[in-house]
Design a binder for this molecule. Structure first.
Ligand code: CUA
Length: 313
């Protein structure tokens, strides 16, 4: 990850980040000054008017016009500055430039998937070109998720049955954390991704190659790569540990009892069906939480994943 964060803020790597930070620090330092005045004033009065043993009465004074105007007008001006400044930045953050590249981003339990203008797709890794405005059209397949890239200072909820948008322009190539920042169930904390900012040429060549077996990879290697990149790893372990879902280790060829009491042999057809219609045959003891990968994985990729699962004996 890139350098350059402060104690309060992660590194600033989008065109809007500087403005967000400037406003944050304005509010922060103003509050600090106010805090110092209030605390120092309280301490001063506590000392000056402490009980000194003599019988004394407070004076009959109940207000001071000049003082009241002073402490009303100054905070009002400060609040208006914050409002005007915040509103200006808010508009900038919410109105995407017309020439922005539009990418569809979908949240679901528990990963992000991205669909690019040419039909390519990726899971958890959002690939974008540097120095180009990128607009995301967000939605969810199930519950509310929230798309958050701290380095860009952008955050937007992804809702079922509705679209929301967000845009950013990343300044230079690099990698940035992508979080789901709305509690969405057991796998929420594992719903992690990366925004990979690359040069425009790399972005275009990635778009063209996406979906093909990368040169020199065997189906098993490609399957292992997809297991990570398509987020199977979030729920299915490969070391035998049971998690939200059955482990892949030693699974191929076994006979599993299903939640409806029937049993099934874990073969190629069962794996393919479970990738495309995960809720058709759920192994007993597990919740039907897996989303479909219909439209996310092509046939070649499903074959590679099956080859990979077969290899985990
Ligand atoms: Cu998705 Cu939290």
């Amino acid at each position: 990850m890139n350098e350059g964060g402060t104690i309060f803020m992660p590194p600033a790597n989008s065109t809007i980040a500087g403005e967000v930070d400037a406003l944050f620090y304005f509010i922060y330092y103003t509050a600090l000054v106010m805090f110092a005045i209030v605390i120092a004033g309280s301490a001063f009065f506590i000392l000056k008017y402490r009980h000194k043993g003599k019988k004394s009465f407070t004076s009959g004074m109940d207000h001071n016009f000049k003082l009241e105007v002073f402490w009303t007008v100054i905070p009002t001006i400060l609040v208006f500055i914050v409002f005007a400044w915040g509103f200006k930045t808010y508009l900038k953050m919410n109105v995407a430039p017309r020439n922005a590249i539009e990418i569809k981003a979908t949240g679901q339990k528990w990963f992000w998937s991205f669909d690019y203008p040419n039909g390519a797709n990726s899971v958890n890794d959002l690939i974008v070109p540097a120095n180009k405005p990128v607009k995301l059209l967000l939605s969810s397949r199930d519950v509310i998720h929230s798309f958050f890239v701290p380095d860009f200072r952008v955050k937007m909820d992804a809702l079922p049955n509705r679209y929301t948008t967000l845009w950013f322009r990343a300044e230079q190539p690099g990698e940035h954390h992508l979080f789901c920042t709305e509690y969405c169930g057991t796998g929420h904390s594992a719903m992690l991704g990366k925004v990979k900012v690359v040069s425009e040429e790399e972005y275009n060549s990635w778009l063209n190659e996406s979906g093909n077996i990368p040169g020199g990879m065997t189906p098993v290697e490609y399957g292992a790569d997809l297991y990570q990149k398509r987020a199977c790893v979030t729920c299915h372990s490969i070391d035998g540990r049971a998690g939200v879902a059955p482990s892949f280790k030693g699974r191929f060829g076994t006979v599993e009892t299903l939640s409806n009491g029937e049993s099934v042999t874990v073969d190629e057809n069962y794996l393919r069906e479970s990738i495309l219609s995960p809720r058709a045959k759920v192994v007993a003891g597990y919740q039907p939480v897996m989303p479909t990968f219909q439209g996310i994985l092509n046939d070649q990729q499903i074959d590679a994943l099956i080859a990979y699962i077969k290899s985990l004996q």
